[in-house]
Design a protein around this ligand. Structure first.
Ligand code: GLC
Ligand code: CA
Length: 546
């Protein structure tokens, strides 16, 4: 199916299967429900689905605590349902990427059970043990301060009479990725899902996978070899397989994750996420430009996966203190909207106060950034969060399909839903749902469909380097991409005041409108774009004929 670089021009859509569509009325979304909704996803125009973990799990970290890498959570269906789903997606030209969570397992994984019970078990060395609590290393604190495991990364296990290492919750013991047997297990897991038809993996916690875990042995000799191996495994099964890394690392460290085109294909762009958020909060273009300078150059074949929100907290921990405060004050004014001192547990639409102009602006900006755009289920209709749910659960409520009970997600009694549907206020399902927006080109959903369609006609956004254009207006970000003699120009007004900006093309080119309706005047290669408040314009620069 297509070329090996298919992902450069894809639009990725993240789905939590258990919160998407319930097919059998038990209150839990499942694979048959998801399969039934493929026509919707096809019409929306997304062509790559990233499925959050759907494996058997105790479910204490939204499935990121895996008990069995070779199965489907029985509540969500069977392997047969999964295979049917992949096949049905493929028939529509939609690819499927699944989460590979092998930095750690659940405590209930049979490997860990064997490991703790028997010091001589081969599984003992799958994990990282210590007889006593090693010197705490302050750079290696828990990822979730204040949650299960507190700030500890070593937890005592009575059965093993030893401490095991965990960077996340204490019920997620870290695997020892320097152990060849563990690496071999990972190869088989990848092979299994690739043979079932998936197009690749989102590599959970890639940054932590390559950090040293065992006391005394700081880091593996060549930590990135762990990730290069993953890629070698993947392409040995399927040449067009992709690996999308959750590499939330310093900007200066990011280039290495791409390797020489032999490591990760896409990196989730956490840096851009934070700076885009800052730019939207300050209504200034400068943070975007600053961010593009900060990001390393991407080698051929490498790509950013850009996003504004996902199913975790919106992490602005990479911003400096003052900027973080600005973002919090503007986008998470109540303490309860914040989490871990670094993140926002809200969805995009409420963050932008339900203001359609701003939501469209944010989407348009995201889709104009160099790389592959990614968004999470429900953001295309402007869903909100439920702050009464604990922690990150707030942004993981069920998809709102219609104004039927439970938003059409399930026919179960509301009390037996996997999570409550947002049923009140401005973002409740009666006001915000797919059915209402579906046939309405003026709706947010109508806009997102057009945006996806437009992005597909501008492959240069996924392949060329952006060139930032001078506009003289603080609130306006303008940039262009040039590839194969073609040029697209994108202009965004992040501010609440209308702005008229002049753009020099450097040669005579006529503006051809692609998206947005701001007026453009062309005077021999100098364009004047009149942007209303929070508005955008996508233009193709056409050569004059004759
Ligand atoms: C990743 C996931 C997050 C999960 C964690 C532990 O950071 O995005 O949801 O809790 O890994 O697996
Ligand atoms: Ca179900």
């Amino acid at each position: 199916m297509g070329s090996e670089r298919w992902y450069e021009n894809a639009v990725i859509y993240a789905i939590d299967v258990k919160a998407f569509q319930d097919s059998n009325g038990d209150g839990i979304g499942d694979f048959r429900g998801l399969t039934d909704r493929l026509d919707y996803l096809d019409a929306l125009g997304v062509d790559c689905l990233w499925l959050l973990p759907f494996y058997p799990t105790p479910g204490r970290d939204n499935g990121y605590d895996v008990r069995d890498y070779y199965g489907v959570d029985p509540r969500l269906g069977t392997l047969g349902d999964f295979a049917d789903f992949v096949r049905a997606a493929e028939e529509r030209g939609i690819r499927v990427v699944v989460d590979l969570v092998v930095n750690h397992t659940s405590k209930e994984h049979p490997w860990f059970r064997a490991a703790r019970e028997d010091p001589d078990s081969p599984y003992r060395d799958y994990y990282v043990w210590s007889e006593e609590v090693p010197d705490p290393d302050p750079s290696k604190g828990s990822v979730f301060p204040g949650e299960a495991g507190g700030d500890r990364v070593w937890t005592y296990d009575e059965v093993a009479d030893a401490y095991y290492f965990h960077r996340f919750y204490d019920f997620q013991p870290d695997l020892d990725l320097t152990n060849p047997a563990v690496r071999e297990e990972i190869r088989k897991i990848m092979g299994f899902w690739l043979q079932l038809g998936v197009s690749g993996f989102r590599i959970d916690a890639a940054t932590l996978m390559i950090q040293g875990k065992r006391p005394g042995v700081a880091v593996p000799d060549d930590p990135h070899q762990i990730l290069r191996d993953l890629r070698a495994h993947a392409v040995s099964y399927r040449e067009d397989a992709v690996l999308i890394a959750e590499a939330d690392d310093e900007p200066s460290e990011l280039a290495e994750y791409f390797g020489d085109g032999d490591e990760m294909d896409l990196l989730l762009n956490f840096v851009l996420d934070a700076y885009l958020t800052l730019a939207l909060a300050e209504e200034r273009a400068a943070p975007i430009e600053e961010c593009l300078d900060l990001l390393p150059e991407v080698p051929p074949g490498g790509q950013w996966a850009n996003f504004l929100r996902n199913y975790d907290e919106l992490n602005v921990g990479r911003l400096d203190e003052a900027d973080r405060r600005t973002v919090f004050e503007r986008f998470a004014p109540d303490e309860d909207m914040r989490i871990y001192g670094r993140g926002i547990r809200r969805r995009l639409a409420p963050i932008l106060e339900g203001d359609r102009d701003r939501i469209e602006l944010a989407f348009s900006l995201l889709f104009s950034m160099p790389g592959t755009p990614l968004f999470v289920y429900g953001d295309e209709i402007g869903m909100g969060e439920d702050l009464s749910l604990p922690g990150r659960e707030a942004v993981r409520t069920p998809m709102q399909w219609s104004d039927a009970p439970n938003g059409g997600f399930s026919t179960a009694a509301p009390s037996s839903l996997i999570r409550p549907v947002v049923d009140e206020g401005e973002f409740g399902y009666e006001r915000v749902n797919v059915a209402d927006q579906w046939d309405d080109p003026e709706s947010l959903l109508g806009f997102v469909r057009r945006l996806i369609g437009t992005r597909k006609t501008c492959p240069e956004v996924g392949t060329a380097d952006p060139i930032v254009l001078e506009t003289g207006a603080e609130s306006v970000f303008a940039h262009r991409y040039d590839a194969d003699g073609e040029t697209v120009v994108l202009v965004h007004n992040l501010g609440s005041e209308p702005r008229s900006v002049r753009i020099e093309l450097g040669e005579e080119r006529s503006p051809v409108g692609l998206l947005g309706d701001a007026a453009v005047e062309d005077r021999g290669g100098t364009w004047t774009v009149d942007l209303p408040r929070y508005d955008y314009r996508w233009l193709r620069a056409a050569r004059r004929s004759g």
